[in-house]
Design a protein around this ligand. Sequence first.
Ligand SMILES: C[S@@+](CC[C@H](N)C(=O)[O-])C[C@H]1O[C@@H](n2cnc3c(N)ncnc32)[C@H](O)[C@@H]1O
Length: 331
Amino acid sequence: MEDTRVRLSFQGKEAIFDAEREDATLATYTTSCGEGLYLFGDNTAALSRLHRTHKDRVMLAYMDPPFLTNRVHHHVKRERSEDSQVKITRTKRAAFDDRWDGKAHFLSALGERLVLLRSLLAKEGSVVIHVDPKTSHYVKVLCDEIFGDDAFASEIIWRYRRWPSKTPNFQRVHDVLLRYRKDPKTKPRFNTPYEPLAASTIATWGTQKQRAQVDATGRRSRSTRTAEETPGVPMGDVWDIGVIAPVSRERTGYPSQKPEALLTRLLAALTNPGEIVLDPYAGSGTTLAVAKKMGRAFIGMDQSEVARKTTADRLESLGTRLVPSLRKGAA
Ligand SMILES: C[S@@+](CC[C@H](N)C(=O)[O-])C[C@H]1O[C@@H](n2cnc3c(N)ncnc32)[C@H](O)[C@@H]1O
């Protein structure tokens, strides 16, 4: 039969299906209270390592890779000057390098990780890939191929407010989060989140649940009000969540740090307490910190020493330490 599927074509694509590899330089850390794991080194090696121990076990993988900005991102240190004004010092310390030999290079690197990650997901589990509008359409077609078109679950638009930039264009004020399921034939882990009712709905209907009325011909007539309180409206896929304010206590100084509110929403909807959350691009450790606070098990990976140190400090402030495993690389 003729193959009518749509495929993305780019240099180096074939290699993404054969990326499994070992790397002796990977360093493993466990957390002092036992619910976490941190693999320090390249994440293809780290994901390959987990194939020995975590196949089909991860309920949610959140991936926030570099965004193809073609620059090095630096840690920003904020210090209070003597007159107690917030003085911002840009350190010269590179946190991570986001320079690529073009889009094909970027896509093949991401594709390798997605292929390796897929077999770690539980049947009910899903992966959320956080990208921007410059690459989201390429990444979506790539994911359709790796996970299957029918595994696509959501495109979430994270809408935020920030200082306008000078541009003869509409301001870019959103990121894209693509969610794919491991197995479209299995009921996914999904705890429906709700958002508040619109003021006009409350004015007409109050805060009680409505019941749809259907007549004998199948036509809907005016709904009736029940005695039960409504939890709100099932949440849509456009999320208005603020970026982290420059002086927020949450801010670690790590570049591209995502707000805990975003991860809290994802973890609450897509995992239950005790289930495993994986972040192969852990950065400042936002996913790990949220998982710790919400009673989920977690696995983080990063190859940047600045990221490892930031994550260790962040977890320590939550009462858990990253402890190096005695055998280098043991998982
Ligand atoms: C956009 S940042 C993640 C930010 C994170 N979500 C947070 O809230 O802090 C991307 C991270 O991926 C890491 N990274 C990039 N390529 C990697 C690789 N091949 N292996 C492991 N980590 C990598 C970088 O060091 C960086 O910390």
